[in-house]
Ligand binder design. Structure first.
Ligand code: C2E
Ligand code: CA
Ligand code: CA
Ligand code: CA
Length: 280
């Protein structure tokens, strides 16, 4: 059925599936979904302050299931990680995102974002030739390596080994490394000593209450100080209100991402954001 504008999308959740007793089938369906092109990639702006320019976009995968409707990546990415299909799906996402930014650069020139940021799972990173896969995607799309960032979580690099080797190889290519959901893991600060990192993505949980004087605000400020002290960029995630954006700006944040600036969509608007901080 055609979706009406504004109609809420029915979101499939694991709880829903478990009730129906069909959790196992999801894994098999991912195979079919790759083959029949049910996945697509959407892009969420990362806005630079105070200009309001869209400096980068984060690529996020969507699954438009013919029967279930829109399935959340929080539900199917863990399944794809367990059955290994994340490797194939992840490579497709990477290639799609590189081609997309190369297309915007050709079409929009200076108005295109500088970078696309692609989420990479632990399983992808642990594969011996991951950096070569990335190099091939860049070569195929014609996108310069400096226009790509990979987002990895603390848990993906926690154990060191091949994952950290891969990050060094990516760095050597000129690809940027972002630590995702920063501050939520067990060893966030420790990792900064051992893992090559360019960008910290400060988790939404620190942003949610940043307008109130309290622990979250103290931590958000400290995380920004760590990033600037180490010469890293900091992106605040999950910014939903102008008040949060202003509070973050006052703490020193200059790169913000969240519904306040734009939801992830197939075709984002790269015009200057109207919702610029007032720097009160
Ligand atoms: P993430 O990498 O931390 O991505 C940010 C999530 O927060 C996205 O959810 C995004 O839509 C959502 N978000 C952004 N701004 C706001 C906001 O202001 N408020 C709220 N409430 N949410 C906001 P999404 O797209 O559902 O993705 C969920 C998670 O699934 C991602 O978390 C990531 O861990 C994973 N994921 C998504 N796409 C991919 C992918 O292409 N590859 C891999 N490996 N994982 C992916
Ligand atoms: Ca991410
Ligand atoms: Ca995140
Ligand atoms: Ca997350």
């Amino acid at each position: 059925a055609a979706k009406q504008t504004g109609e809420p999308v029915r979101r499939w959740t694991p709880a829903l599936d478990e009730r129906a007793g069909e959790f196992v089938s999801l894994g098999a369906e991912i195979r079919t979904a790759i083959d029949s092109e049910q996945f697509r990639v959407v892009y969420q702006p990362i806005v630079e302050l105070p200009s309001g320019r869209v400096a980068a976009v984060e690529a996020l995968v969507r699954w438009e299931h013919p029967a279930r409707g829109l399935v959340s990546p929080a539900a199917f990415i863990p399944v794809a990680e367990r059955n290994g299909l994340i490797v194939e799906l992840g490579e497709w996402i990477l290639r799609t995102a590189c081609h997309r930014l190369a297309g915007w650069r050709a079409e929009l020139g200076d108005r295109a974002p500088d970078k696309v940021s692609v989420n990479v799972s632990a399983r992808q990173l642990a594969r011996p030739h991951f950096a070569a896969t990335v190099a091939a995607a860049l070569a195929d799309s014609g996108l310069p390596a400096s226009c790509l960032a990979v987002e990895v979580t603390e848990t993906a690099v926690f154990e060191g080994g091949q994952a950290v080797v891969a990050l060094h190889e990516l760095r050597a290519l000129g690809v940027r490394i972002a630590l995702d959901d920063f501050g939520t893991g067990h060893s966030s600060l420790g990792l900064l000593q051992t893992v090559p990192v360019d960008i910290l993505k400060v988790d939404k949980s620190f942003v949610d209450n940043v307008t109130e004087a309290g622990r979250h605000t103290v931590i958000a400020e400290a995380l920004h100080q760590v990033s600037s002290g180490l010469g890293l960029a900091a992106v605040a995630e999950g910014v939903e209100t102008a008040a949060q954006a202003e509070a973050l700006y006052r703490l020193g944040y200059r790169l913000l991402q969240g519904y306040h600036y734009g939801r992830p969509v197939a075709d984002p608007d790269f015009a200057l954001s109207a919702a610029i901080v007032t720097t009160a």
